[in-house]
Structures are given as structure tokens and as C-alpha cells.
Design a protein around this ligand. Structure first.
Ligand code: SAH
Length: 247
């Protein structure tokens, strides 16, 4: 799954025997990729939209694992535009039920973060390393980016497009004060992680850094997604499907 059409560009062409199914205002594409059954879908933007999409994916399509690819703002030190973050875990940076519950804790869950599946994430990390080895070089040179670094760590999600350096710095400082070190910010991942946790479905996610969550964040957003993030997703997902143990 991805949030936006541009993020998933190119993936649909890989499906053999694509079948379109409409549910809950979303279009689910079912087919085969490298001999495995796959469903491609767009979550739409934001946590609620992502939760709905994930619930339908699990309940109506019976998926055995979930992979998210998309873009995010870089907030960690050294996490620059064109880099990739493979998520270890997700947190909702805009969740605050204090003083009833500690800040960031999800009420009645007794926790603030949801971990990604370790073995699926290890496969994704390997897929990112091998998949981007050649393709990354081509794209970073043509766009004058530096070679992509693949990071691994916490991603923060919330219902805001963060495009203000002081808002980004405050969000990061507040998370750090509670013991969380976010590498990137986006708008869906924590919701997908929570739904996958609820259903016991393994989940892994990668985000290509499209911006630094500052005043430049809206500039050339769709150019970046089309020219860098979607070719990266295509390269990594292709590798991921080949590397993933068959069920
Ligand atoms: N310009 C887009 C809007 C996309 S919203 C449009 O017109 O459709 C931004 C999307 O990219 C979200 O899905 C979010 O997950 C991700 N994202 C990228 N950079 C982000 C940032 N700095 N803050 C929050 N979300 C970001």
C-alpha cells in the first residue's frame, strides 16, 4: 500500500492478471507478482483513511502481510532528501490524552509505539540495499542528490503535513523528551501499524525522504515522488517479493 497515486506509479504494471475490486471508496488491484498473490491499494491521506484501507485489506482480502511504501519528511539528524527509512516502529506524534494517560500513549493499549515485524523488516532492509544499489545512483545523479543512505528506526505519524522548521523541531523535541527518536514524519504509518497489530498481521514499511518537513516541503513534491520515490518503490518492492519467504 501507498498513500498517493504517484507513490504507487509503476507497481500496477507489474501485476499479472490484474483484477479491480472496489470497496469503501477504494480501488483494490489483485493479481500476481513473481508468482505471489498481491493486492495493491492506495490508503488515501491521513490516519483514519489509512486505518479504513488496512482494515478492508485484512478483513475482505485476507492478506497475510502488509508492506507500505511512500514518502515522508526527514526529521532525524542526517536524514536527507533522497534517503530511505525502513521503519522499526511507529508512533502518533499528535496523540495526547494527558493527564489521563502519559503523552503519546494510546489509551487502553498501554503503549505508544507499534513495532514492525522484525523478519519482514529485515527482508525489506535487504531489498532496499540491493534494489537501490543500481537504481539509486542513476536517480540521485540526475537530480543532484547525494547517494541514498538507508536508515532504520522510528517513524512518527500525524494528521498534519509538517512544513515548518519550528513545528518540526518542537515535535521532535517533545518526542525525544518522552524517550522517542523519530527519523521521519508522515501521515499514515502508525495507523496501518495499529490495525496490523490488532489483526496480528505482519507489517513492514519504507519511506523515501521527500522533504525536511520545512518551508521547502511543498516545493516539487509530486516531481520528487514521480522521479525518485516511485522508481525507488518499484525497485525495492520487486526485490522484496523475490526475497520474501514463500508461504
Ligand atoms: N501534495 C499532495 C499532498 C500529500 S500530503 C497532494 O496534493 O495530494 C503528504 C503525503 O506525503 C502524506 O501521505 C504523508 O504521509 C507524506 N509526507 C511527505 N512529507 C511529509 C511531511 N513533511 N509531513 C507530513 N507528511 C508528509
Amino acid at each position: 500500500m501507498s498513500a498517493l497515486l504517484d507513490e504507487q506509479r509503476g507497481l500496477l504494471e507489474q501485476l499479472v492478471n490484474p483484477q479491480r475490486v472496489k470497496r469503501a471508496g477504494r480501488t483494490f488491484w489483485c493479481g500476481q507478482w513473481a508468482g505471489q498473490n498481491v493486492v495493491l491499494v492506495l490508503t488515501k491521506v491521513g490516519k483514519v483513511a489509512a486505518a479504513t484501507t488496512t482494515t478492508v485489506l485484512v478483513e475482505a482480502f485476507g492478506v497475510k502481510s502488509v508492506l507500505f511504501t511512500g514518502v515522508a519528511g526527514g526529521v532525524g539528524t542526517g536524514v536527507k532528501v533522497g534517503d530511505v527509512v525502513v521503519a522499526d516502529a511507529f508512533i502518533q506524534h499528535d496523540l495526547n490524552s494527558a493527564p489521563l494517560f502519559p503523552r503519546y500513549e494510546i489509551p487502553l493499549y498501554g503503549r505508544s509505539t507499534f513495532d514492525c515485524d522484525p523478519s519482514l523488516s529485515a527482508v525489506l532492509l535487504e531489498a532496499a540495499r540491493t534494489g537501490l544499489a543500481g537504481v539509486g545512483e542513476h536517480f540521485h545523479r540526475s537530480l543532484l542528490l547525494e547517494a541514498p543512505v538507508i536508515h532504520r528506526g522510528l517513524i512518527a505519524s500525524g494528521d498534519q503535513f509538517v512544513c515548518d522548521p519550528s513545528a518540526a523541531a518542537l515535535m521532535r523535541a517533545d518526542l525525544q523528551a518522552a524517550g522517542h527518536e523519530p527519523l521521519a514524519v508522515e501521515m499514515e504509518g502508525a495507523a496501518v501499524a495499529q490495525v496490523c497489530h490488532d489483526f496480528g498481521v505482519p507489517f513492514a514499511a519504507m519511506r523515501t525522504i521527500s522533504d525536511r518537513a520545512d518551508a521547502q516541503a511543498h516545493l516539487d513534491f509530486s516531481d520528487f515522488v514521480n522521479q525518485v520515490a516511485s522508481p525507488y518503490a518499484l525497485a525495492v518492492v520487486g526485490q522484496f517479493i523475490r526475497l520474501r519467504p514463500q508461504k
